[in-house]
Design a protein around this ligand. Sequence first.
Ligand SMILES: [Zn+2]
Length: 323
Amino acid sequence: MIEQVAPDFFRVQIPLPGSPLKSLNSYFILGQPRNLIVDTGLNRPECQEAMTQAIAELGLDLDRTDFFITHLHADHFALTSKVAGKNSRIFFNRPEAEIIEAHTGWEPMINFGGLNGFPREELVAALENHPGYKYASEWVPELSLMNDGDHLTVGEYNFTCLVTPGHTLGHTCLWEEQRGILVAGDHILGDITPNIQCWKDDYDPLASYLDSLERVSHLPVRLTLPGHRSLVADCQVRIKELAEHHHHRLAEIIGILASGSYNAYQTAARMSWDIRCDTWEEFPVAQKWFATGEAMAHLRYLENKGDVVRGERDGVRVYGLPG
Ligand SMILES: [Zn+2]
């Protein structure tokens, strides 16, 4: 489905079968001498068909089309190597290019899960079923790395790269100042909250995310173009709601830890989730993975603030209130 959102600027919905996200919003910006496509989809036939059809319908010549990928998640990145033309440049952020380069498998993540109470067999099952694993890129194309503040001109549009870490380490939005257009990726979503997860040490993704929300809150945004679902009606209002959502979550966790010390997996089991399951045991394993990652991000934030303390029980990290 193709919808025009501004002159020479289109939203293309790329289906994500079986995903609660439903579809990816890819954006096509037509210009001379080169077009730009923002985000592409998973490396699976349903996404490729939708992309190929939109490219044909909008009459894009891939040899004069470049790509900008907001972040490394497979639903944004993985199809790129399949659709890019021979002369396409692929713009991407530096921190995540380094992650891709250093990637040696999922073992560190599985171990980190174990350290946080996530049963190993469950985590392996979750990974094997995850679309980011099943529909990953077959190869990583050559990337043109962009830094915060770099410019990208497409026809009448002059975009500035806005690095907004939180949802991922190097997540980057595109900001078109003159028209007040924010290509938001998964930094700001309308109908759902971007998930903020933590699967390693030395990183506080929730603190980064709240800072990145604050940064964008100062921009005079008139049109917010998110990576999934419907367009965001009012960016400033949505930013307030998203920040509030996380502060509610933090308060909820403090309430949970008031009754005892728990690891991240156990904390996630006690948090409230928007899922049609009566008990934690009934959660699909992929949802447990997602929930535990969220719990860990919030626990890390609280730990860094000194609001919770971390201990260890039988090789597993547990969190409790201080004192
Ligand atoms: Zn994402």
